[in-house]
Design a protein around this ligand. Structure first.
Ligand code: AKG
Length: 303
């Protein structure tokens, strides 16, 4: 098995302070997910929930929520959330998970998208099993050694510690399985046909039991869905999508970068697409290892 050492260039400092452990990497590569308990401290999760709640109310008032046709009617999302609030800037390279992401993707990493999920009451599944990044990349599966193309970090803000609360559902190991029967939404048709009318999931699926502040990492090819919500509570979570710099992002962060009132570190700026002035290139970004791997808390923040 390849480790963080071989994905980050030889000689470069490893991401600090929370690099992935060999056990965590082995589990991620084998099962296609990693649940990081309390990666965001409880008090911070409560702060993010307050901000999410405010934004969701505002978006509902002006009709700015996005209801995807493949969601249950009580569910929706907000997109481009860094444009809505500066509160989430600190999540861009949060120490609870960022070092682990760099170990799995490598230092040529970018933020590709940001979303808030709102999952209301639903007797059946909220969305069926699918893969991310479209039909083309559904055919590109991780190997034992390759760096990952895309990994989402889902930050849970409400209690999902029992099943059927709109939990994230997944099929362990499916990220390495070829999809035989799909559609334009990248649904896994044969698995979705096994979902019961009451929302009961196929035997090979599991619901992730998470608490506020837990963070789930998973790659683009994992077969994932959202379980029914019979809890009487709404689920709120934030998802940040990271990937190789050479991939096309889902949103542009130029308005964030141009906001001079905002205090972004050099690493956060690079993750949002600021390649620097000299020889800017997404394929040969300058000082990339140094920017991604250094301990920002103890550096001057200049480059
Ligand atoms: O967790 C959710 O609510 C949706 C997750 C999902 O389907 C995705 O991130 O693609």
């Amino acid at each position: 098995m390849r480790s963080c050492d071989s994905i980050i260039s030889e000689g470069a400092a490893k991401p600090q302070p929370y690099a992935i452990t060999p056990l965590e990497e082995a589990q991620f590569r084998r099962d296609g997910y990693l649940l990081l308990r309390s990666a965001v401290p409880m008090a911070d999760a409560a702060f993010f929930l307050g901000e999410v709640d405010r934004l969701v109310r505002e978006a509902n008032n002006i009709g700015a929520v996005l209801r995807e046709p493949y969601y249950h009617e009580g569910s929706y999302k907000l997109t481009r959330i860094l444009r809505l609030s500066t509160a989430f800037d600190q999540l861009v390279d949060h120490p609870g998970y960022f070092g682990k992401l760099v170990c799995l993707i490598g230092s040529h990493i970018q933020l590709m998208g940001s979303e808030i999920f709102v999952r209301g009451a639903a007797q059946g599944t909220i969305t069926g099993f699918h893969t991310d990044l479209g039909a083309g990349l559904q055919k590109i599966l991780p190997t034992d050694q390759n760096a990952f193309l895309q990994i989402k970090a889902q930050i849970f803000l409400t209690d999902l510690s029992v099943p059927d609360c709109s939990n994230f559902a997944l099929i362990p190991g499916s990220h390495r399985m070829r999809v035989a029967d799909s559609n334009e939404l990248c649904m896994i048709n044969d698995v979705n046909r096994q979902i019961g009318p009451d929302g009961s999931l196929p035997a090979q699926a599991m619901q992730v039991l998470a608490r506020p502040g837990d963070v789930l990492l998973f790659p683009h090819s994992l077969w994932h869905a959202v379980a029914p919500n019979r809890s009487g509570r709404t689920r709120y979570s934030i998802t940040l999508r990271y990937g190789q710099m050479a991939l096309r992002p889902f949103e542009r962060f130029d308005p964030i970068l141009a906001d001079h009132g905002r205090k972004l570190t050099p690493r956060q700026r690079r993750l949002l697409g600021d390649l620097g002035e000299e020889g800017a290139s997404p394929y040969r970004p300058r000082f990339q290892d140094e920017i991604m791997c250094r301990d920002e808390q103890h550096s001057s923040g200049c480059y």
